[in-house]
Design a binder for this molecule. Structure first.
Ligand code: GSH
Length: 303
């Protein structure tokens, strides 16, 4: 059974209202003002050529035009290519999972026809539990069930025709080394004012690592590895989506000052990258809703 799932679509990319900057020049890190809030922690950021906190547009809450085809939990392992993933608060909608978001992006870039099956802890099919310890995301294809998103992503690239999503060897460690997911997770979970500035700086340092990576590419390179999206973009964008659609709400609820890419100058490489890449259908059509994202991170705060 297919359950249509659609989040009301806006034209702008999820979480960023800013006009796309098309400048062919790099933003000069040295020329940018430093956040008064983060000034005390500025040294490591400056050393990385970081550029933060120019007060630009306030973080927005715009939503992606999501279209994910959801199916009910089947008892048997499906024959159709199917992604088993965390369910949202109602137990049947698409849950917040950046790893599944990455997997869906890769499937869409390959043009794969697939179903998504959101599962709760209580309704995972027996084979999922016995075969892969109930781990999700789990992609089933051709009777094989794969878990661990990094492995699933490589598998998708090898298994399906369509554009190569391979990440050049020299960029294999960009995502794991930048520590973006870990930094955003720690920042999102924090509700303590004293710790917030340094956790924010960690997020900004991780973003700086990505910016430095982009600085090494020819000027005007649109994506993380070149002119086409690769698995690296599939990993980075779902994490930036969290920062852009969930973090500010969490911070306001905790009476903390919010920060996200919208605080950066419009010509900032990573802000510009997110504006550009998050407008692509493979991204917007695989987003869970910001409300579901907030629900997930509130749970993480209380865990
Ligand atoms: N290292 C794993 C992490 C997967 C993960 O953390 N999945 C979470 C959501 S983001 C999940 O599905 N939790 C629900 C469950 O396991 O029942 C991967 O990369 O696939």
């Amino acid at each position: 059974m297919d359950l249509a799932f659609a989040v009301a679509g806006l034209n702008s990319p999820p979480g960023l209202r800013a006009k796309q900057a098309t400048s062919s020049t790099r933003t000069s890190p040295a020329s940018l003002p430093v956040s008064s809030r983060a000034r005390g922690h500025w040294a490591p950021v400056a050393a990385l050529g970081g550029l933060f906190a120019l007060k630009a547009a306030k973080p927005s809450q715009s939503r992606g035009s999501t279209r994910v085809r959801l199916a009910a939990v089947p008892a048997e392992k499906p024959t159709k290519t199917t992604l088993f993933t965390k369910a949202g608060p109602d137990g049947s909608s698409l849950g917040d999972c950046p790893f599944s978001h990455s997997v869906q992006m890769a499937l869409k870039l390959k043009g794969v026809d697939y179903d998504v099956v959101p599962c709760t802890a209580d309704n995972k099919p027996a084979w999922l539990v016995s075969e892969v310890e109930g781990k999700m995301p789990c992609l089933v294809h051709g009777g094989v069930a794969k878990v661990e998103s990094a492995e699933i992503l490589k598998w998708i690239d090898q298994e399906f025709p369509g554009p190569s999503l391979a990440v050049p060897e020299e960029f294999h460690e960009v995502f794991s080394k930048c520590g973006l997911l870990e930094a955003i997770a720690a920042y999102n979970k924090n509700t303590n004012e004293e710790a917030d500035s340094s956790l924010l700086v960690n997020v900004q340092v991780a973003i700086s690592q990505l910016r430095l990576h982009m600085f090494d590419l020819p000027i005007g390179t649109p994506y993380m590895c070149g002119d086409q999206l690769t698995l690296l973009d599939c990993q980075v964008l779902p994490v930036l989506y969290i920062l852009q659609t969930v973090t500010a709400d969490l911070k306001r609820e905790a009476a903390l000052e919010p920060w996200n890419l919208s605080e950066l100058p419009e010509s900032d490489e990573i802000r510009d990258y997110y504006t550009r890449a998050s407008a692509l259908p493979a991204f917007t059509q695989s987003c869970y809703s910001p409300e579901v994202g907030k629900w997930g991170w509130k749970q993480a705060q209380n865990a």
